[in-house]
Design a protein around this ligand. Structure first.
Ligand code: ATP
Length: 210
């Protein structure tokens, strides 16, 4: 089988920046599927604004009609902090023979060295980095060294091994962030066209960012 993309995030809320990135990765990298993995208790950010259940629901609504997109609630079901290493280990146990590609925006990639057991991630998965407006790939430091050693531009390399490569991929730059959406809604403005209407309706009905 072709690789599986694993797209973690708080998705508070999910928006077109996430969806377009995942879609372009699915197509361009010839992945079979991309799993959205909303985190339960984000170790880096303190609390979320919408509850885990609401964030999960919004992702479900957002991806419903896209083949190859799915949502996985294992981080929400698990107690304690949502460490990506634990998520990848549990996926690896479930799918011993599939290449896994952990999809990150460039901002998230730059923060990688503060993640729990981050230096083990490449043992379990590839790391796929999406360019994000305003962020530049590191060429020095530990991440710069890792890119020099494990970086690849070849999509075949992501199919040929189960893990261990870093691939930086340009995606359509959509300067949308969940923070901006929450601020907009809190200010009484309409977030329409930044996300699917079903997500917007859910935000309105639940009042989660009001
Ligand atoms: P917040 O504003 O609350 O920090 P966010 O919009 O960055 O949220 P997250 O749920 O934290 O969204 O992001 C999940 C993943 O999606 C991260 O790897 C992040 O880098 C990536 N991402 C978020 N927004 C975009 C975007 N507009 N384009 C590409 N990648 C994005």
């Amino acid at each position: 089988m072709r690789p599986m993309g694993v797209f973690g995030g708080t998705f508070d809320p999910v928006h077109y920046g996430h969806l377009r990135t995942a879609f372009e990765m699915l197509q361009a990298l010839q992945f079979d599927d991309v799993r959205f993995m909303p985190c339960g208790d984000p170790p880096h950010r303190g609390t979320t604004f919408a509850s885990a259940g609401q964030r999960l629901r919004m992702v479900e609504l957002a991806i419903t009609d896209q083949d190859g997109f799915s949502v996985d609630d294992r981080e929400i079901r698990r107690n304690g902090p949502s460490y990506s290493i634990d998520t990848l280990l549990s996926l690896r146990e479930e799918f011993p023979d599939r290449a896994l590609g952990l999809i990150l925006g460039m901002d998230a990639f730059l923060g990688l060295p503060s993640w729990h057991r981050w230096d083990e991630l490449l043992d379990i998965a590839h790391i796929i980095v999406a360019h994000r407006p305003g962020w530049k790939a590191p060429d020095i430091g530990r991440l710069g060294e890792l890119i020099a050693e494990f970086g690849t531009h070849r999509i075949d390399d992501l199919h040929a091994a189960l893990s261990g490569r870093i691939h930086i991929h340009a995606v359509t730059q959509l300067e949308i962030s969940s923070t901006e959406i929450r601020d907009l809604v809190a200010a009484g403005r309409d977030p329409r066209f930044l996300m699917p209407d079903a997500v917007r309706n859910e935000i309105e009905a639940s009042g989660c960012y009001a």
